[in-house]
Design a protein around this ligand. Structure first.
Ligand code: 5AD
Ligand code: SF4
Length: 448
């Protein structure tokens, strides 16, 4: 069968879709980027904000015309919205064939075979840990040097705004050796950079305990050290860790492992202690800053990116200003700023002091402007420096140039040299800063 997959939402969803593509290809199916050509249309959905759900429902609704033209077409909704809404989706989208939740994704290839034999509506939304071992497959783009590995699934934290614990279920960790084996296989397939994924990667191997571990304990640190021993792997990134899990063991392990990139995505959500408490986040602005400072002391070159929510219920001007100040103080290199979106069934959705949309909009704009100014400042500061760049290939925007990323996750464009290939790490002198990326030239040496 020819299969089209569209993915909404976070990197975890991107990874799930990639694993599904790998499993389907292994069964002899073909992946296609053209929905009109497909025999099966799959929509891997996100529920984290209302807008993401609305987009997916709109898109699947639009597919009705393809189904009218080709009644054999199979249409399935997968992932978080499938889990959250289940059977109910058939009422809104009568041309839908199946709904497959987050715990059942690994059953997709069998389910498609079953549907090819006998047409019927199917809803599978049971929670299952089999998904943990069943989703290790990859579908690598030729020439690509980066791959993602999911090390945990689900979340136990129940932040007051967040739907994830409801739609992705309880937090479970992959087996240490299983992850290492997957990374080894990827390295043998030419992968040079791995991105470890999980709702809270730093809770890896702690058995779902929501209390951060004692100072000397961090199974996540053990995993990083083991992965760094794999020869072909040059860089290791991870997203996202919860700040309270950065104990001395983890900080020391990162500092002593140069392959772990010195750019950490550390979700802040708010800089106001009152709001952090209401969000059920287990840290304060002060303890967040303390961890940042410990990381900076251990690795002076470290940079941070973050997630922030504006307009959480009850957020006053003073709370927002505390967020703004803390963001400036940490000097985040990048930030994903979200307008709070009430999610059914979460604690915050029931609060009555919801912030008006116009105020969320205004706060969002202010943080975006701060960020743009900061990004520009940071990029300019890199002009004249020499950066180790992991080469990704021909630049998407400029065919004559190639691009790659610095250890700090900045994109750099440069002219290629003979024999250069994706996956190489080359020294690049930064010549100029654009709005979001850098321009440079490869420093020629004996080796290159
Ligand atoms: N509204 C807005 N943003 C949200 N996030 C999670 N839930 C919500 C919500 N209800 C944001 C958080 C999280 C990121 C992935 O999405 O900042 O870190
Ligand atoms: Fe959601 Fe909080 Fe879990 Fe992140 S840690 S997925 S924000 S509940």
């Amino acid at each position: 069968m020819r299969i089209y997959i569209k993915t909404y939402g976070c990197q975890m969803n991107e990874r799930d879709s990639e694993a599904l593509a790998g499993m389907l290809a292994a069964r002899g199916h073909q992946l296609t980027a053209a929905e009109e050509e497909a025999d099966v249309l799959l929509f891997n959905t996100c529920s984290v904000r209302e807008q993401a759900e609305r987009k997916a429902v709109g898109k699947v609704g639009f597919m009705k015309k393809l189904k009218q033209r080709n009644p054999d077409l199979l249409i399935g909704i997968l992932g978080c919205m499938a889990q959250r809404r289940g059977e109910e989706l058939f009422h809104e989208l009568p041309h839908l064939d199946f709904v497959l939740g987050t715990g059942q994704l690994h059953t997709l290839p069998d389910l498609l075979e079953q549907l090819a034999e006998e047409r019927k509506r199917i809803v599978e939304v049971a929670e299952s840990s089999a998904v943990l071992t069943g989703m290790g497959c990859h579908y690598l783009t030729p020439g690509s040097c980066t791959a993602q590995i999911a090390i945990t699934r689900g979340c136990n934290r129940f932040c007051a705004y967040c739907i994830v614990p409801y739609v992705r279920g309880r937090e479970i960790s992959r087996d240490h050796d299983d992850v290492v084996r997957e990374a080894r296989e990827l390295a043998e397939a030419g992968i040079r950079e791995i991105l470890l994924l999980g709702q809270n990667v730093a809770a890896y191997g702690l058995g779902g305990n929501i209390n951060p571990p004692p100072p000397g304990v961090s199974p996540f640190a053990d995993l990083l050290e083991e992965l760094a021993k794999i020869d072909g792997i040059r860089r290791i990134r991870f997203t996202s860790p919860y700040v309270s899990y950065f104990n001395d063991r983890l900080i020391r392990a990162i500092a002593a492992t140069p392959k772990v990139c010195r750019n950490i995505h550390l979700p802040l959500q708010s800089g106001s202690n009152r709001i952090l408490r209401a969000m059920n986040r287990q840290y304060t602005a002060e303890s967040y800053l303390e961890t940042v400072e410990k990381l900076q002391a251990a690795m002076p070159e470290i940079t941070f990116s973050t997630d922030v929510i504006v307009g959480f219920p009850g957020e006053e001007e003073s709370d927002f200003n505390a967020t703004r100040e803390l963001m400036e103080r940490v000097g985040f290199d990048n930030a994903f700023i979200f307008k709070y979106s009430p999610r059914p069934g979460t604690r915050a959705a029931a609060l009555d002091d919801q912030v008006p949309q116009s105020v969320k909009e205004e706060r969002n704009q202010l943080l975006l402007a701060d960020l743009a100014a900061r990004t520009h400042r940071h990029l300019r500061a890199l002009v004249g420096t020499e950066q180790a760049v992991l080469v990704e290939g021909v630049s998407k925007r400029m065919q004559e140039r190639w691009s790659g990323r610095t250890d700090g996750n900045r994109t750099v464009h440069f002219l290629p040299i003979d024999g250069l290939k994706a996956g190489d790490v080359v020294p690049v002198r930064i010549l100029r800063a654009g709005n979001v990326s850098l321009f440079g030239e490869i420093v020629r040496s004996e080796q290159n």
